[in-house]
Every structure is written in structure tokens, then in C-alpha cells.
Design a binder for this molecule. Sequence first.
Ligand code: ATP
Length: 578
Amino acid sequence: MSEGERLTELAKRRGFYFPSAGAYGGASGFWTYGPQGAALKSNIEDAWRDRFVVREGHQEISAPDVMPEPVFEASGHLAGFDDMIIECPGCGATHRADHLVEDNTDIEEAESLPNEEVMEIIADHDIECPSCGESLGGVSVDNFNLMFETNIGPGSSSPGYLRPETAQGIFVEFPQLSEYARNQLPFGVAQIGKAYRNEISPRKSLVRVREFTQAELEHFVDPEEDEPPLEDVEDVILPLYSGESQQADDGGVEEMTVGDAVAEGVITSDWVAYYLGVARDWYERIGVDMDRFRFRQHLPGELAHYASDCWDAETEIDGDWIEVTGFAYRGDYDLRKHADHSGEDFTVFKQYDEPVTVSRPTVDPEMSYLGPEFGGDAQAVADALEALAERDPDSFEGSEVTVEADGQSYTVPVEQTNFSVEEVTENGEHVRPHIVEPSFGVGRLIYTVLAHAYTEDEVDGEERTYLDLPPEQAPTTVGVFPLMDKDGMAEYAHDIADALRAAGHSVTYDDSGAIGRRYRRQDEVGTPYCVTVDYESLEEDTVTLRERDSTEQTRVSIDGLAETLDRLADGETTFDAL
Ligand code: ATP
């Protein structure tokens, strides 16, 4: 059994996650988190909120899942949020063409290749339909938009889309959010919420699904002035798989401190470097195995056109690398697009310490000259003159000036432009912030944390499976068991469970079956400690405390039991020291 299959089996049996709507045959790409999974998910989200929102001093919002069409026209998703689809002529099954190439050749990032090339590779390698075995050579590779469309209200006059990323819910509200931040850069806005993508072929349980949770942070910064507190993370060691290494024959992951990676130009954005440093320690905190983890830089062909440096955090499962987070320096692309499409102001007014006097080149073209001379193109010529005056005032020094408008050149006598340079006093300027974005997929993190926590060993000659989850992430922090349901042991155990719950612990009470079985059940859901009440407890107010990983047991007083568990979880004491 592969790691993934073993995990999916355990996940279903123990209530982490399972395919949704099974009674009706299910719907591919939709999963329900069971009681353990929902608890693990909320623990991971809380740990994310703690590190990326609270500790960083950012704000969190919650925007709608459905957004109107103009949002996605502006963001570019309507025109270009596509994957490559290929339809089998034999059985009609659809597949992601780039994934077929990656699965059947040595090519790693087929997504960055043009459709025609992918089609050629499929033909050259005689790749077959994974569903029926029919040859896919010569079958066309097309674009498929991944957004789920809906109608807002009755009728179809107002199309809407389920958001394919939570980020747009932050970008479109920038003018309002900026007010809340008192128009002071830098500021960060985060959101944990659902995103929807109509994936062509969902696979690997939680890895590629059609509805998933993202935790995204949009950090708005002044590109001229703001710098991240790199000194806080400069000594963090990052496993970096740079673009250069990926392209070299013998390239591999290189361990480098954040400070060195920036100094040597391996990571070009200080902001991205800062978040890689913060995130690396956070992944370790939630239970990602750091020996099965790397940051991979996007190759030039893979980079979104607006992004200058992007790195993906990737985790290894079953020998495959899975992207769990994307870190991107997005420049001003998103705010510019929304400003252009909405006509609203997506800038921040930055007040100067002192007013400054600047020379401002202006033109006021004579339309009575441009009109007869250039007809319908006159306004475009006037606009081009205005832009040129701002960009390159020196070009107005001669007697004529030439501008380009709609692909044509127009020459205008400078005297007809009324070019002048005015001295103006300015109190500040409008700055369009740049955006640094760490974008986490919560489901893929859950899958990783579970896969990396999955451990098999032997206890008293018997095979055992347990999840060595960090106590902070474990769905249940303590199991409480009465040895037997008699002589007051159950009541005593219930009281302990209640007291532990009141102290903030997540407790599972279990009185069914042999005590060994109960331990095994808790081991399989990663419960770090179990407490057993026996006859001695009734007399001496002590219980048996058992540690999951070592299976060792010791007797502790019930006085201060909750604090003992907290100190163990926080690493302030060890089990041996109790
Ligand atoms: P991929 O290349 O794997 O499709 P992506 O680069 O499109 O992912 P992003 O748009 O960067 O992903 O989304 C940010 C994060 O959201 C990803 O790192 C991943 O963890 C998560 N994510 C994206 N698509 C899915 C999906 N279909 N199912 C589960 N998680 C997803």
C-alpha cells in the first residue's frame, strides 16, 4: 500500500476525512472532514492565525465566496484561469494534459509549456488514456476555465463565480481596508476561507480537490520605503531548490540561511525571503517533517507574468512533491487591475514630512489644430502628448515632437502643445502598494501533517500504528479512561474529563473495550496523552498517565493534572521528569 492509500484508509476509519455524499455515489473532488479532521483543521488554522495574523500584527477579514463577474474580468481569471484539458476519443474521460506528460516523461513542469508542445509530447511518447488505454496521440489539447459559474439572483443577467482564491476578496476591498489601516503602509490583511476550482481531474484525496480552504495573507507594502524585519529570521536555515539548481544536471536542494540567500541573490525579494523564514519554522511547528520539505523556486516559464519572484513550499509524500504554499511578490498588478476596471482609487496617499516643490511638465494641446490635422485620432494624440510630457519632458525641447498612438506616429509642432513646466507644491503623493502574498492550502497541509505523522512500530510483540502529531495540532489532547465501569471509577473519570475540558483541553472519554484497545484507538488519532483511572486513583487521587510515542506510563497526582499536560505540550517539562 502506498503512503497515500494507507492514510486515506486510516482517515476514513478514524474520522479524519472521507469522500462526500457517498450515499448518492459521491462527487469527485469533494471531501468531508470528520470529527478528528475538523478538529485538526481548526487547530492548523488557529496555529496559522496565531503566526501569520496575530504575531505579525495583521488584520483578518471574511469575504463572500461568490463574487460578481467584473471582479474576475479585472483579475484576469475569466480570460486566463485555465488548465490544459484533453478528452479521450475512446471513453470520453477528460484529463489534465500537462499531468499526463509529467506522469509519463521526465518533464517536471509541463504546465509552463504551450498547448501545441504538450500535444506533440503526448503523441511522441504515445501516451494513453489512463481510464481506458486508448492512444491520445493527435488529440487536441484545449484550455478549460476552472471557475464554477453561478447566477446571482433569478435569471442570468448577473453572472457570479465561486472564488478560485480567497485573495480577490481582499484586493477588491482595498480602498476600505486601507481606511481601516489609517492609510498607513505597510499593512497586512489575511483571510482563511473556501476556494473553489473545477479541477479537470481531482486526485490524491485532499491534494487536488474542487472545494478547499486557503489561508492567504496579502501584505501591502510601499515598494520604495518598506523593508521586512529580515534580522528576525536571517539565521533560519532554508532548504532551497533554486531555479538554477533545477536546470542544472546535478542540481539539488541547498541548505542556506535566509541571510545568505538574500545576500547571494538566490531569493531576490527581501519580503519573500522574510516569509520563507517565518513559514519554515511554522511548518516544523505544525508537524511537517523537515527532511521531506523544500522551497522550490518557480522557473522563468512558470512565473505568472506579474510576479518577479515566486517560491513554492513543497512536501514529499510517496516520492512526489506537493505544493502546499505559494509565496509570490505580485508587484502592483492586482491593485492596478482593479483600479483600471472599477475606476476607483486603489492607492494610499503618503503625506510628506514637509511639503515639497516640484517641477511639473504639462501640455494643453490645441484641439483646434489637432482636430483638423488628425481627425478621429486627435484625442489619442492629445493623451499621448500628455503621457510623453510626464515621461520625457526633454522631447519637447525642439520645434516638433513625435508621439505614438494606436500603433501610428504623429508629429506635432511643439507650439501647438502649449508645453510648459510649472512649479507646484505637493504635500504628499499617491502610492500604489505592492503585494507580497503567502498563500497556504489548508487541505494539503492536513494531508502532509498526517502522512508525516503516520508511524508504525511494535509494542509488546504487536504491530501498532500511531500519529506523532505535535500536541498543539492533535484533535484530542487527552484520552480519559476508567479501568472498569464499576466501584465509582467511571464517575471519578468523568469528573477528571470535565475538569480537563474546563481547563481548555480537548478530551475523549472512552470506557469501551480492553484498556490496550483504547490506547490503540487514541494512538491512531494522535492523542499525545491518556489518563487511566483505577482503584488506586480512588484511594490516592493519582492516575496513570501514558505517553503516546514511548507508550511509557507513570503515576501522577490529579492535582494540577491540566497544568502538567500543558507543560508537557509546551515542552516545559518531559515525561521522564514527571
Ligand atoms: P497547483 O499548481 O497544484 O494547481 P496552484 O499553483 O494553482 O496549485 P495556487 O493558486 O498558488 O495553487 O494556490 C495556493 C495554494 O492553494 C496551493 O499551494 C495549494 O496548497 C492550494 N490549492 C490550490 N489548488 C488546490 C486544489 N485543487 N486542491 C487543494 N488545494 C489546492
